[in-house]
Design a protein around this ligand. Structure first.
Ligand code: CMC
Length: 393
């Protein structure tokens, strides 16, 4: 029945050609459209990176202003969307809320199903990038029982998100520029990562011609898992569980044991067999933010650094080429800024939306594109006779 390669987990299957993101896992290099992630994190900003991922080039001043205008123009949600939140329990995980509400956007934008119209594709892209932070901040507000805060379009993307999340009525909310910069950088570092599980999910969902808002909801669902975007939340839980430096060896031992399912969260990667370049920037940012917030002696940071040091000297981690990944330090920054752990993966989803959208758009614009349809190795029964109910054991 046809010849195909059996490749569980797609370790060696190239599912698409793409010009967006390049990773050299052996060398620990990540580039978007030819620009190193370290340079983008240092010299650029999230809006520019969004434009770069979507359009292929860094914007000039005019293009940047126009793009920023478009994104801020679309930050508001239809007022009826607020009622979706009320259907969730207050203690719902915000990722569950994200899957639901972003999916629900598809019902507000049926015109987006006309994916072969370039204008509709563009508007759907802008709407997603602009509205996902509003949706995420509302998920947080709902969980703490505070009123929703509407977007403010004189602020930049990160500032607006921080304000929608943390501002409370009748109190002035001051945005700390170091925090806003760190937030912007976290968004840049998570913006795209070629054909990871959630991006492949978005591509497969979109390959059938489905509504892009529904496809992004599928990506959010996939991102939620602890082996993917859920790792940033899992890292913090792990650090809390370890609790003190003297207990690190016990956990390292558990991570190495074949009889224990425990893994060092925030360590290891399918593609990187070297230090994840995003983790290097994240570690620097972590120090900057904690210094600025007067939390330099944060015990979790000391614990994380010691854990990293011990793991990187351990034969098991060295021989398995397990290095810290992007999620290892991000949780510590996010906690210092004031986000509860349940919001960590939500922030990843906010940032990754542009990557998902850019990859979806690239796929739809590819003339060779066809529906994603993997094959299988069938391991079940051969043909056998049907037994009537009274003959079955
Ligand atoms: N701790 C201990 N051992 C590990 C770890 C870890 N974190 N990661 C991999 N290994 C071992 C694994 O047990 C296996 O050992 P052996 O060959 O002796 O059986 C070997 O390394 C290969 O592991 P694998 O599961 O086949 O590797 P994979 O490419 O399928 O998985 C991964 C990649 C990221 C899911 C995995 O490294 C992991 O579970 N890490 C912890 C979760 C995590 O931090 N995820 C975030 C990934 S980066 C952000 C993102 O893109 O979402």
């Amino acid at each position: 029945h046809g010849v195909f390669t059996y490749d569980p987990g797609y370790g060696s299957t190239g599912s698409t050609a793409s010009a967006i993101t390049y990773i050299d896992g052996e060398e620990g290099i990540l580039m978007h459209r030819g620009y190193r992630i370290e340079e983008l994190a240092k010299h650029s900003d999230f809006m520019e990176v969004c434009y770069l991922l979507l359009e292929g080039e860094l914007p000039n001043a005019k293009q940047k202003a126009e793009f920023q205008h478009q994104i801020t123009y679309h930050t508001m949600l239809h007022e009826q969307i607020a009622s979706f939140y009320r259907g969730f329990r207050r203690d719902a995980h915000p990722m569950a809320v994200m899957v639901g509400v972003v999916g629900a956007l598809s019902a507000f934008y049926h015109d987006s199903t006309d994916i072969h119209d370039p204008y509709q594709r563009m508007i759907a892209s802008y709407r997603l990038i602009a509205k996902v932070p509003t949706i995420a901040a509302m998920a947080y507000k709902y969980s703490v029982g505070q009123p929703f805060v509407y977007p403010r379009n004189d602020l930049n993307y990160a500032e607006n998100f921080l304000r929608m999340t943390f501002a409370v009525p009748a109190e002035e909310y001051k945005i700390d520029p170091v925090v806003a910069k760190a937030m912007d950088r976290i968004f840049i570092l998570h913006a795209d990562h070629e054909q990871n599980a959630s991006t492949s999910t978005v591509r497969i969902a979109g390959s059938s011609g489905a509504n892009p808002f529904a496809c992004i909801a599928a990506g959010i669902a996939c991102l939620w898992g602890p082996a993917h975007g859920g790792a940033n939340e899992a890292v913090l839980s792990m650090l809390h569980e370890i609790g003190s430096v003297d207990r690190i060896p016990e956990y390292i031992k558990r991570a190495k044991s074949k009889d224990d399912n425990f893994r060092l969260m925030g360590f290891g990667h399918r593609v990187y067999k070297n230090y994840d370049p995003r983790a290097t920037v994240m570690r620097e940012s972590c120090h900057e933010v904690l210094d600025a917030l007067g939390k330099r002696n944060e015990p979790l940071l000391a614990l994380a650094m010691e854990l990293e040091r011990i793991a990187l000297e351990d034969d098991y981690f060295v021989s398995h080429k397990l290095f810290p990944n992007v999620d290892f330090y991000s949780g510590i920054i996010l906690q210092a800024i004031g986000f509860p752990t349940s919001m960590f993966t939500v922030l990843f989803a906010v940032a990754r939306t542009v990557g998902w959208v850019a990859q979806w758009k690239e796929m739809i614009e590819d003339p060779t594109q066809r529906i994603g349809r993997p094959r299988q190795l069938y391991t079940g029964y051969g043909e056998r006779p049907f037994l009537p109910l009274n003959k079955r054991k």
